[in-house]
Design a binder for this molecule. Structure first.
Ligand code: HEC
Length: 107
């Protein structure tokens, strides 16, 4: 398990590019996303109600300010970026939002 975590963190660091060094605990982030029902509308690699998280990562790859912007959107909700369906506000603590957004952007 420990070995796996190290490998996952290393892989996330490489994939994150601009975020390299900011260790993302993917297993924890995924657990949070499940707990807060994000996965009812999102999947990692296909569109459900909302965009695939991998598509989100691709879209904001070269946007240095993406993390705070997306955190604000997850918290307050909003629409118009991916289509006509808006995302409702999510009542989730800031720290957990940050963990999930880092995970999404690292995909
Ligand atoms: C009721 C369905 C629903 C739930 C629940 C939901 N989302 Fe979304 N999400 C959407 C939709 C629809 C969009 C596209 C909004 C748009 O076009 O601007 C979206 C967009 C996003 C984006 C991209 C925002 C952008 O501006 O590009 C992120 C990141 C995201 N969601 C993360 C989350 C996280 C994390 C959670 C859990 C706390 C969550 N979502 C819960 C439906 C949902």
């Amino acid at each position: 398990m420990k070995k796996f975590l190290i490998a996952a963190v290393a892989a996330a660091g490489v994939l994150a590019g601009a975020n390299a060094g900011a260790a993302v605990d993917a297993a924890k982030a995924k657990q949070l996303a499940t707990k807060y029902n994000c996965m009812a509308c999102h999947a990692e690699d296909k569109k459900l109600v909302g965009p695939a998280f991998k598509e989100v990562a691709k879209k904001y790859k070269s946007d240095a300010g993406a993390a705070p912007k997306l955190a604000g959107k997850v918290k307050g909700g909003g629409g118009g970026v991916w289509g006509s369906i808006p995302m409702p506000p999510n009542n989730v603590p800031e720290g957990d939002i940050k963990t999930m957004v880092e995970w999404i952007l690292s995909m």
